[in-house]
Design a protein around this ligand. Structure first.
Ligand code: DC
Length: 237
């Protein structure tokens, strides 16, 4: 049997990647890999273990030592760090800021990219991140680059944090989104850039469903081109 596709979704924070990656993977019966959650887990581990963030060698060692896994539960996908469910703990604004710094470390990226390649090697997977189509799987059969204006992305992040009961301000959230964009785009290792062969979708004025339909249309087309006609396996993986 031909292997199913590798789908890469890259783009800045707040463009809707997480939601769309989950929905697309569910619609296709593919595995969903949130690579940002992996960098967040390393940042959380670094903060708990009080690793000096300017010590690149120590950060790289830490990334190689920790165990990061995803498990599926009725409540959704959970992120496990050394066997502990950290799905909530990695989503605070503090961890978001730390993650930008930790993700700039070459040793950390090496360890995470290796793990992501192992997890996605068999295909039938949607990977969501910043460097999936350029570094992790440059030969992915489908590459999306999802974007939206900074103001719209800041607004979405604000609504998300507020819904989780966190006390935040809209202006401040927009400033933070812009600061993280700048850090992610300017860093030396695997900066956020668009793969040349990625399909760009600007979601500023689109609903989640509209973007999902567009993505499904492209994936189905590529599946047919790859000789994978017929419905996807749809297995609950
Ligand atoms: O997608 P997110 O907001 O959960 O990502 C958290 C941080 O990790 C963000 O600063 C970008 C970084 N990241 C990265 O450098 N490479 C990835 N493949 C995914 C995320």
């Amino acid at each position: 049997m031909k292997p199913e596709l590798i789908v890469a979704i890259d783009g800045p924070s707040g463009a809707g990647k997480s939601t769309l990656s989950k929905r697309l993977a569910a619609a296709l019966g593919y595995l969903n890999l949130d690579t940002g959650a992996m960098y967040r887990a390393v940042a959380l581990a670094a903060s708990r273990k009080k690793v000096d963030l300017s010590d690149e060698a120590a950060l790289g060692r830490l990334a190689g030592d920790v165990s990061i896994d995803f498990i599926r539960q009725d409540s959704g996908e959970r992120v496990m760090l050394d066997g502990e469910d950290v799905s909530q703990a990695i989503r605070t604004p503090e961890v978001s800021l730390l993650t930008s710094r930790v993700a700039a470390c070459a040793g950390v990226r090496r360890a995470m990219v290796e793990l992501q390649r192992q997890m996605g090697a068999k295909g039938g997977v949607v990977l969501e991140g910043r460097d999936i189509g350029t570094v992790v799987f440059p030969r992915a059969e489908v590459k999306f680059f999802l974007s939206a204006s900074a103001v719209e992305r800041g607004r979405r992040r604000y609504e998300e944090l507020k819904a989780r009961g966190l006390l935040v301000e809209l202006e401040q959230t927009i400033v933070e989104v812009e600061a993280r964009d700048a850090a992610d785009s300017a860093r030396e290792h695997a900066p956020l850039i668009q793969a040349e062969d990625a399909l760009v979708i600007d979601s500023t004025a689109m609903t989640i469903d509209q973007v999902l339909q567009e993505m499904l249309r492209v994936v189905e087309l590529r599946r047919r081109q790859a000789g994978l006609a017929g419905p996807v396996a749809g297995a609950d993986r």
